[in-house]
Design a binder for this molecule. Structure first.
Ligand SMILES: Cc1cc2nc3c(=O)[nH]c(=O)nc-3n(C[C@H](O)[C@H](O)[C@H](O)COP(=O)(O)OP(=O)(O)OC[C@H]3O[C@@H](n4cnc5c(N)ncnc54)[C@H](O)[C@@H]3O)c2cc1C
Length: 472
């Protein structure tokens, strides 16, 4: 078959690939988007963000129902099929598929279903489901093949009793107990969702605390919240062996000799880039010692017309929002279009219950860089909206420089944290002063009002520091 020529070939239709393809098409280029799965959207839609957040929403609604009808002492039945808990998933995925397919078609991107690999610096082989192969040529190639769950030999994932983040939602029934290995974002999100649904959750991690890259005080609020649901954290523990006992339990043995039993296990030990099958060498590309493709700030590899974007880069944060921006930036740069400033402040949203969100420096990072940063706190118990909605379990922290004037970061745990963080993000990007939050009228009652309360806390500390300095 003759080779088909394109300006841009994009491999992978997750958030990174989609945005790369659309950016190229909008610039008038002939673009083909290749995806090996039957639908457009990547892990984000089928195995990650969308399904996990749909289950989370069910858990949150269940909790609200319980809270508003405490007299009934309602409990989740354990023979509830997962399909019931995920009842809106099909609808949500279909809506997404429809929207994305429309966007791809509207912009004139050609979509091909099949597996792609590199044949040479400008050639990509497309193998379709019937085994037929076709060669596509391109001026620019964007690799956006995402990532998959990491595994380790001593913990055999059988996708029935021991599951990973790709298979956890294929469980037929809600389990009574679940051991979760790992203390990262996926582990903590699923831990809080299942705990809220009444599952006995045990989270085991080598690190001294879960989400160790986040502000310690913020994580503590989340940790206490799971413990109130009956969840347990075994931090600082290593699992040496995992086995299904053949009857009813998965048994995890810890290095200290302890054994933890549960009906199911979720292995959430991070993710690794989907790179091996791309045949990089044919295009003159190599992986680094960590198994990643080295790129510059635009995602450009050592072969200048080949770019990599999204989770396949294997660097944090592995977020859909970051992947989209990577895809857009890579193609803009390749086509010589304005790329915009490199966004080094990506908001982190963690959909635990309660949510966690972060932008800029946290307390520890600020203390390492500045002598005596001032931290303003707004516990949600002091926020009318928290009282009204019964969502008092929250805290917003503003991190300011030692003069208490400049905002360095915002850390939040609590209802709507992932939405609230954007106000802090805009303030940080605009270099807004702490006083800006004091001079602003916030609607009442809102959670956003927490910004003002935290800023007033900083103001108080700032004055005290000034008085102390004058007195000294
Ligand atoms: C459980 C879970 C929950 C998450 N929750 C969130 C969240 O709440 N918010 C958030 O921002 N992020 C979340 N993420 C992360 C988010 O899903 C990823 O960051 C995002 O999907 C990365 O996008 P991507 O385009 O790089 O890759 P992907 O979405 O992984 O897409 C890559 C695509 O490439 C295809 N592909 C791979 N190899 C080939 C090949 N050789 N040929 C053709 N096609 C190929 C794959 O089939 C896949 O469809 C979550 C992830 C998980 C696992």
């Amino acid at each position: 078959m003759p080779a088909s020529a394109y300006d841009i070939v994009v491999i992978g239709s997750g958030p990174a690939g989609q945005k790369a393809a659309i950016q190229g098409a909008k610039a008038g280029k002939k673009v083909v988007l290749i995806e090996q799965e039957p639908g457009i959207g990547g892990n984000c839609v089928y195995r990650g963000t969308i399904p996990s957040k749909t289950l989370r929403e069910t858990a949150v609604q269940y909790e609200r129902l319980k809270r508003s009808s405490e007299v009934f002492e309602g409990k989740m039945r354990f023979d509830v099929p997962m399909t019931v808990l995920l009842h809106r998933l099909d609808e949500v995925v279909k809506a997404h598929e429809c929207y994305m397919a429309g966007q791809i078609t509207r912009n004139g991107v050609t979509y091909r279903h099949g597996r792609a690999r590199l044949l040479s610096p400008h050639e990509v082989q497309l193998e379709t489901v019937d085994g037929a192969c076709q060669t596509l040529t391109a001026e620019t190639i964007v690799l956006a093949t995402g990532s998959r769950p990491s595994s380790i030999p001593q913990i055999p994932v059988d996708h029935e009793h021991v599951l990973d983040s790709d298979s956890i939602l294929s469980m037929i029934y809600l389990p009574r107990s679940l051991t979760i290995l790992g203390g990262g974002v996926i582990a903590c999100e699923y831990a809080s969702t299942f705990a809220l649904l009444g599952v006995e959750v045990t989270l085991i991690d080598r690190a001294p605390r879960p989400l160790s890259f986040m502000d310690a005080e913020i994580v503590e609020v989340f940790q206490r919240s799971i413990e109130r649901q009956g969840g347990r954290f075994y931090s600082g523990h290593t699992v040496t062996e995992v086995a299904w006992d053949g009857v009813s339990s998965v048994v995890s043995r810890l290095a200290n000799g302890m054994a933890v039993k549960s009906e199911k296990m979720l292995v959430a030990l991070g993710r690794r880039p989907n790179i091996e099958e791309l045949n990089l060498e044919a295009a003159g590309l190599t992986m680094d010692e960590k198994g990643r493709i080295p790129v510059n700030e635009y995602g450009q590899t050592s072969v200048p017309h080949i770019f990599a974007a999204g989770d396949m880069l294997g660097r944090p944060p592995a977020l859909a929002s970051q992947a989209m921006e990577d895809g857009r930036r890579a193609v803009s740069y390749a086509l010589g279009l304005p790329v915009g400033e490199s966004l080094n402040q990506v908001p982190i949203g963690i959909y635990t219950i309660p949510e966690i969100a972060s932008i800029g420096l946290d307390e520890e990072q600020a203390a390492a860089r500045y002598r005596g940063p001032i931290i303003g706190r707004a516990p949600f118990t002091e926020i009318a909206k928290g009282q009204i909605t019964g969502a008092c379990n929250g805290l917003l922290k503003l991190v300011a420089d030692p003069s208490g004037e400049r905002l360095l970061g915002v850390q939040i745990v609590g209802e709507n944290a992932a939405e609230l963080i954007h106000l802090g993000q805009m303030a940080l990007q605009d270099g807004a002063a702490i006083d800006r939050f004091i001079d602003t009228i916030f609607s009442f009652p809102t959670f956003a009002e927490a910004y003002r309360v935290a800023a007033l806390d900083i103001l108080g500390q700032r004055r005290k520091r000034q008085d102390d300095a004058q007195a000294a």
